[in-house]
Design a protein around this ligand. Sequence first.
Ligand SMILES: Nc1ncnc2c1ncn2[C@@H]1O[C@H](COP(=O)(O)OP(=O)(O)OP(=O)(O)O)[C@@H](O)[C@H]1O
Length: 264
Amino acid sequence: MSTEQGNTTGAPALAFRGLAKAYGDKVVVRGIDLDVPTGSFYGLVGPNGAGKTTTLSMVTGLLRPNQGQVWIHGVDVWADPVRAKQLMGVLPDGLRLFERLSGTELLSYLGRLRGMPVDVVDSRSRELLDVLDLTSAGDKLVADYSTGMRKKITLATALLHSPPLLLLDEPLEAVDPVSARIIREVLQAYVAGGRTVVLSSHVMALVEELCSHVAVMNDGVIVTSGPVAQVRGDAATLDDAFFHIVGGRDIGQGGLEWLRSSQG
Ligand SMILES: Nc1ncnc2c1ncn2[C@@H]1O[C@H](COP(=O)(O)OP(=O)(O)OP(=O)(O)O)[C@@H](O)[C@H]1O
């Protein structure tokens, strides 16, 4: 494929082809392809170690693939990273932040780095801190934030420039139920406005509730992908379908007898 996949209007929100990554001899992503339609809410699911974070890191320009290409709205992430990064907001794994800034300063700094007008940065920052219930923490150093607060302030930085595509690595993990509900509503409103969200999660019920589409990864491969109803197939829930797709083991019969016993 050429460097430019198309203009930003016609192309999928995200597309990748032949994406591969190895660490030494260990191949962790094995040449995967995916198209994420604009306006979709796309879940990326898979067991521990399946390659979800590695994939999202390559897609967002944080980790260089060994092979393959990635386009955000038609812009090649590795050939034109500056333009591609204007089109996405990212909640990465690991949450490396500027620890010695307050939440408000962090948003202000990142907004200015993106070339946004100061008054727009200020008003959007206030709104985001308010919606994410971080107003009282706005003057606190990020170093003193809890894990859930760090996740919320990072989400605010991803939303600040109002990009057409959000890529979120486990956005609801470690977040309290009230904040989780707020984040879900923010993301649903975001998609309702015609934008696109891609998130990774282990929580199948959440993916089933929120997402229009899902891709299931296992051992570095996308095993199946498409609209949620199609991937669920005849299974009662997406959780059941996932269990069968990735070959989960049922412990109903045999095994762990010592855990079932009242004696030690
Ligand atoms: N820096 C690294 N060096 C070597 N191996 C790595 C590195 N980062 C990830 N891996 C390996 O790559 C594989 C995929 O990891 P990855 O974090 O992408 O999986 P994941 O699907 O996000 O898992 P989880 O659901 O547990 O977060 C794992 O086997 C992991 O051990």
